[in-house]
Design a protein around this ligand. Structure first.
Ligand code: PLP
Length: 392
């Protein structure tokens, strides 16, 4: 079948592909330890579920305004103001079908063929594809593994050209967990203002950092930077609500209106029941977050130690999120494997452990392991890896 050039420019999500392969094996009764999925293994908090039941009971099951119900837009603005000292108005919010949808709306609304987008490496798989789908070009910026992959303004600046329209940041980062330092964030914002660019800051993991302080949000910089910052957020990871599909974008009003235009012909509103649940998540008790973070912290320590005990693997201690991004160059060389994809395939087929190869995130020496899975699964996975690599 002849398909559009546009769709030919992108590939299916590599994280989704591993997830599907692992699910297929599991459906055949194979005991796979799945360390590929980027989603909390915790249940959605009960008060959130109750709000959804209530919405169904009250027949809150019709179309809503495309940009989201007013009480959710208010809850998003209030939560963000409380957590990050921002001061958005509800007209500067768009409720979307997950954070991913917000990114897609934004790149579609902002970019023209030939425009350039600066993206630090490693990056979340969807960034590159959303940019390519819009016909724009990615300018990748390598970060330093010895500095835990934290990008700096000095690394970004040389990649900015007269064609640059957007800088795409994600802190804490998927897959590396890197949290960009506040002083670097400020310098990047200054650069964006000077060069009249937009910075899209993906804050989907903003509540998951292990040193106790909240990562810095560019939205707290105030009015002078207003036209140069857009925030993407989501209830998916923060409240263990990946399946509910609610995210949002906060940004300059003309951009939000343009994104709304696209959304009005695509998905329309996010699910009405899920929107009510998201109101409860953002406005209700927040204690599920520190509980999850404590548990992720325990798992992080465990998996980092286990991986570093395997000869040929070196694993940084991530600043945030719930992934580790170990470097396997030593192992790839000693096993004469061409790339992490070959290794990931071996791990799935022989060790029965699902991980995501680093190519999809822009590097060739790494795999991504998610520790958003039970300690029991993590222990089993670590044992299988150690045995497979001859260290067990
Ligand atoms: N941004 C990043 C960096 C992510 O890792 C993800 C999901 O994995 C998302 C956005 C999108 O999450 P959702 O669409 O579930 O809100």
């Amino acid at each position: 079948m002849r398909l559009s050039q546009r769709v030919g420019r992108i590939s299916i999500s590599s994280t989704g592909a591993v997830f599907a392969a692992a699910a297929q094996l599991k459906a055949q009764g194979v005991d796979v330890v799945d360390l590929s999925a980027g989603e909390p293994d915790f249940p959605t908090p009960s008060h959130v579920k109750r709000a959804a039941f209530e919405a169904i009971r009250n027949d809150f099951t019709r179309y809503t305004p495309t940009d989201g119900i007013p009480e959710l837009k208010e809850a998003i603005v209030r939560r963000h103001a409380r957590d990050f000292q921002s001061d958005y108005a509800t007209r500067e919010v768009l409720v979307t079908v997950g954070g991913k949808h917000a990114i897609f709306n934004l790149t579609s609304a902002l970019l023209q063929p030939g425009d350039e987008v600066v993206i630090p490496v490693p990056y979340w798989v969807t960034f590159k594809e959303a940019v390519h789908y819009a016909g724009a070009v990615c300018r990748f910026v390598p970060t330093s593994e010895s500095d835990n992959f934290r990008v700096t303004a000095a690394q970004i600046e040389p990649a900015v050209s007269p064609r640059t329209r957007l800088i795409l940041l994600n802190s804490p980062n998927n897959p590396s967990g890197a949290i960009i330092r506040e002083e670097e964030m400020r310098k990047i914002a200054e650069l964006a203002r000077r060069r009249d660019l937009l910075v899209l800051t993906d804050e989907c993991y903003c509540h998951f950092n292990y040193e106790g302080s909240t990562p810095f949000s560019l939205a707290s910089l105030g009015k002078d930077y207003r036209d140069h910052v857009a925030v993407v957020g989501s209830v998916s990871k923060t409240y263990a609500m990946t399946g509910w599909r609610v995210g949002f974008c906060l940004g300059p009003e003309p951009l939000i209106r343009a994104m709304l235009k696209i959304q009005s012909h695509c998905t329309s509103n996010a699910n009405s029941i899920a929107q009510k649940a998201a109101v409860a998540a953002l406005s209700g008790p927040q204690d599920s977050i520190p509980d999850m973070l404590r548990e992720y912290g325990r798992r992080r320590s465990f998996i980092v130690e286990k991986l570093n005990a395997i000869a040929g693997i070196s694993c940084n201690r991530p600043d945030g999120a719930f992934y580790v991004y170990p470097n396997l160059r030593g192992l790839l060389d000693s096993r004469r494997l061409k790339n992490p994809s070959d290794l990931a395939l071996q791990l799935l087929n022989e060790a029965r452990v699902a991980v995501v190869p680093g190519e999809g995130f822009g590097t060739r020496d790494h795999i991504r392991i998610s520790y958003a899975t039970s300690m029991e699964q993590l222990e089993k996975g670590a044992d299988r890896l150690s045995r497979f690599f001859g260290n067990g």
